[in-house]
Design a protein around this ligand. Structure first.
Ligand SMILES: [Zn+2]
Length: 183
């Protein structure tokens, strides 16, 4: 513990937004005005989180790490996940869309198409497993707003698109990297 005068307090269990571990901390600080407002120091990574009965800052990034990603894809995927942790849901959805468009172009799709055309390309070319087609319909329904219309996205929209992106990244990059390539 590197924090000055950190106090003992009633332990609380939470998922640390920095290191991703489920921890139980009893060290930190509390507000003198409202004892529900607390800062807990993570016993694993030593970083502080602000917790109230209904809020946690920083929040927890949804989705899981994917191995064997090209550096640009890895950075964008992490940005999309971390955006959710700071409640930037629209930014997360836009980042995921950008990511899926880049992946499709990298796999041979023509440039300058719409987001939905790229999702269709990934589906039509075998990058979405047969039982993942329902996801394509779901993403299509969410993604068909007019080009210049501003549509704010919510937590569920961002979580869904990250789950879909994670599945594709695993199929396209991680799993092929784990077995010898068949010529
Ligand atoms: Zn931590």
């Amino acid at each position: 513990m590197t924090w000055s005068n950190a106090q003992d307090q009633t332990p609380r269990s939470y998922t640390c937004g920095y290191c991703g571990k489920v921890v139980a901390s009893n060290k930190g600080y509390y507000s003198q005005i409202d004892s529900n407002l607390r800062v807990f120091v993570c016993p694993n990574c030593d970083k502080p989180s602000y917790l109230t009965p209904s809020e946690q800052v920083p929040g927890v990034a949804p989705g899981n790490e994917v191995k064997a990603l090209p550096p640009d894809i890895e950075t964008l995927y992490r940005e999309a996940r971390n955006s959710v942790a700071v409640s930037a849901y629209t930014a997360s959805v836009l980042t995921c869309r950008k990511l899926l468009m880049n992946i499709a172009v990298g796999l041979g799709a023509p440039a300058s198409k719409s987001f939905m055309e790229y999702v269709e390309y990934l589906s039509a070319n075998g990058y979405v497993p047969p039982k993942g087609k329902g996801w394509v319909d779901h993403i299509r329904k969410k993604g068909n707003e007019a080009n210049h219309e501003i549509v704010l996205m919510g937590r569920t929209d961002a979580d869904d698109l990250i789950a879909f992106t994670e599945m594709l990244l695993k199929f396209i990059y991680e799993f092929p990297s784990r077995v010898p390539v068949v010529p």
